[in-house]
Design a protein around this ligand. Structure first.
Ligand SMILES: Cc1cc2nc3c(=O)[nH]c(=O)nc-3n(C[C@H](O)[C@H](O)[C@H](O)COP(=O)(O)OP(=O)(O)OC[C@H]3O[C@@H](n4cnc5c(N)ncnc54)[C@H](O)[C@@H]3O)c2cc1C
Length: 260
């Protein structure tokens, strides 16, 4: 109830919806900006060097079909250190700070995230971009509360920026403290690099139905991009039940797989 009280009087949801595309809701965008040119060669060379007296650096002609068979059998046997030689770099935008907070918990990865210190959150329309969860988007009552709250925060963020700018003659220092009022819904962008082993683990956890919808949709897009680069490896990736053949989540299981 208290939230209704501090929403600006000028607020009119109809006006916001009529603006359509101008709403600062941001769509998910995942791009693979760096991937191995010849992943099979890398995997095959790493695998063969373990068993061969030869120097794999001298291999010129690789039988790709034979190489794929060897790679599959090694990965199925669980000797997956060879896949650490494959590195993938993604540029991701249109995600919430909530998603990025979950994403950066994956420590076997490198991250470079847009700073709310160096970048003021306001877009060209002087509003911060945000992500709307589907459960809220599909519920008109919840959506109204959500958008009113975003509008209110936006106004207060701008106002706070203005107040702080009176005393602080430094944009970064203003941004770094004004950002404390920004919500989890606030849109962010980052670049991340992971090796294929870390990615496989990420997919096991984040494609599981227990993971939240947002990081699951990011993980799905990342996996599809990886499959385009090296299907022999990434076709084997998925939620952890795919590898285990059962679900270890006990009473929290989605029911797709037996729990034992
Ligand atoms: C459905 C779901 C719910 C979650 N809920 C919560 C929650 O409520 N609260 C919360 O805090 N987190 C939560 N998490 C996050 C979770 O606990 C992990 O932090 C996150 O999934 C990263 O997994 P990871 O540590 O295995 O991955 P990474 O950090 O990428 O590590 C990969 C693997 O490397 C090894 N490793 C990495 N660092 C170390 C280390 N320091 N010591 C030993 N081994 C290491 C481990 O084997 C680890 O599995 C949740 C995750 C999921 C998927």
């Amino acid at each position: 109830m208290w939230m209704i009280l501090f929403v600006p009087n000028s607020f009119d949801l109809g006006v916001i919806f009529k603006r359509g595309g101008n709403m600062p809701e941001k769509e998910l965008n995942v791009k693979l900006i760096q991937s191995p040119d010849d992943p099979i060669r890398i995997l095959y060379s790493a695998a063969r060097q373990c068993y061969s007296k030869d120097f794999v650096g001298d291999y010129n002609d690789i039988n790709y079909e034979k190489a794929k068979k060897l790679i599959k059998s090694i990965i199925k046997s669980g000797h997956i250190s060879i896949i650490e030689h494959l590195n993938y770099t993604f540029a991701i935008e249109g995600i919430s700070r909530s998603e990025s907070h979950q994403h950066v918990r994956h420590r076997i990865a490198s991250f470079s995230q847009q700073s709310q210190r160096y970048c003021n959150a306001a877009n060209n329309n002087n509003e911060f971009n945000y992500i709307i969860p589907p459960s809220i988007k599909n519920n008109s009552e919840a959506l109204e509360v959500f958008i009113k709250t975003m509008m209110y925060i936006n106004e207060q963020y701008k106002y706070l920026t203005k107040i702080l700018s009176r005393d602080i003659d430094n944009g970064e220092k203003v941004n770094q403290d004004a950002r404390y009022v920004l919500p989890n819904a606030c849109e962010t962008k980052f670049v991340t690099t992971m090796n294929a082993s870390s990615l496989m683990h990420f997919f096991e956890l984040r494609l599981c139905k227990r993971a939240q919808w947002e990081i699951r949709s990011v993980a799905k897009k990342m996996l599809n991009l990886c499959k385009d680069n090296c299907s022999v490896l990434f076709d084997m990736c998925g939620p952890k039940c795919k590898k285990l053949g059962y679900c270890p989540e006990g009473i929290r299981s989605c029911g797709m797989m037996p729990t034992e």
